[in-house]
Design a protein around this ligand. Structure first.
Ligand SMILES: Cc1ncc(C[n+]2csc(CCOP(=O)(O)OP(=O)(O)O)c2C)c(N)n1
Length: 342
């Protein structure tokens, strides 16, 4: 069960009455698993392509952190908004981005989301409620708070999910966004993906509080701590939380404990991460944990999960090959999309 770290403790039972895996139908568990597996397989392919020098720019992945975005998107509704970061492939997938578009983006194809201008992480899809990420840590949090307010004023029952790393919580934008959303009761879940390191900076050099969820009390909002490698726990939690925020709009902090299993990017050997720590989290790999729980607790059979894995592998192969056949941008179009036409 998610742990209540701070805020109004007496509401815990009201918010989480008898959460049960039977509340969620099997197709939703299948979707959750597919999002994680597809994201892992896409990123494994991107890692290979990077080391073969077939990718323009860096490759930053969310390997080991897939459960968070998969659970959050599975618990979301059509009109909700997401502000992802570099490790959130699962948010793009979970909100409906196609594998083909993802390979078009990373292979800088003219047909891709940024038309080959950015062969890298800076893409989104407003049709899916996913803002394009920018690299400035924290900068998208005030944007998603404003986006949620705007949609709600137009009559939508929107809530927002804004992701931030442990390092990103030290930025001014994080503070401004959380404070503003707290004061105006804007229903945004500030999703802190605490993966122990901000690049090579360990968390003891990043913040002084025991848990980042403890910061919530200073903003007068609730803060929760969850096992960020357990997608089953998080899906149940986010479903309850999302429903509760629609009924009683307000901002909350959710700190997800996890570990980045690759370097900051593929250029980084992450030799500063202790081997024992890596081993501890490898044993709790989110896909492995989900597979065990889904089969042991009777949500899906092993054969169903095998079929999802095989389908994801085939999808990655097909999408990669198709994107590879498509052309890069025509140099004659260089200035298009940069200046106002005409
Ligand atoms: C405002 C700002 N400062 C510094 C950077 C450079 N930078 C990029 S990623 C990174 C570390 C981010 O760590 P964290 O927020 O914990 O996320 P993680 O990479 O661990 O997922 C830094 C310092 C940046 N992009 N933006």
């Amino acid at each position: 069960m998610p742990r209540r770290d701070s805020g109004r403790l007496d509401e815990m039972d009201v918010l989480f009455p008898q959460t049960s895996v039977t509340d969620v139908p099997p197709p939703e568990w299948a979707r959750l698993y597919r999002t994680m597996v597809l994201s892992r397989k896409i990123e494994e392919r991107l890692i290979r392509l990077y080391h073969q020098a077939k990718i323009f720019g860096g490759v930053y992945t969310g390997v080991g952190q897939e459960a968070i975005g998969a659970a959050a998107t599975s618990a979301s509704q059509q009109e909700d908004l997401f502000a992802p970061l570099i490790r959130n492939m699962t948010i793009h997938i979970g909100r409906g981005e196609t594998t083909l578009n993802i390979f078009r983006q990373w292979l800088a194809r003219a047909s891709g989301p940024t038309r080959g201008r950015d062969g890298n992480v800076h893409y989104g899809n407003l049709k899916n409620g996913v803002y394009t990420m920018i690299s400035h840590l924290g900068a998208m949090l005030p944007v998603i708070v404003g986006g949620v307010m705007a949609k709600r004023r137009r009559g939508f029952d929107t809530i927002g999910f804004g992701t931030i790393g442990d390092g990103g919580t030290s930025t001014g934008d994080f503070h401004e966004a959380v404070n503003f959303a707290a004061v105006y009761d804007v229903p945004v879940i500030f999703l802190i993906e605490n993966n122990h390191f901000a690049y090579s900076t360990p968390r003891e050099f990043q913040y002084k509080c025991a848990r980042l969820a403890d910061k919530a009390v200073g903003y007068g909002i609730e803060g929760y701590g969850v096992d960020g490698n357990d997608a089953v726990e998080m899906l149940l939690f986010f479903r309850k939380l999302a429903a509760d925020l629609r009924a009683r709009p307000r901002a909350v902090l959710v700190e997800c404990d996890t570990l980045r299993m690759r370097g900051h990017g593929e250029h980084d050997d992450s030799s500063y991460v202790p081997k024992e720590l890596l081993a501890r989290y490898a044993a709790r790999d989110p896909i492995k944990v989900a597979r065990e729980r889904l089969t042991n607790e009777g949500m899906l059979a092993a054969a169903q999960l095998d079929a999802i894995e095989a389908a994801c592998a085939a999808e990655v192969d097909a999408a990669y090959r198709e994107a590879l056949r498509e052309p890069p941008p025509d140099p004659a179009t260089l200035a298009q999309g940069v200046y106002a036409d005409g």
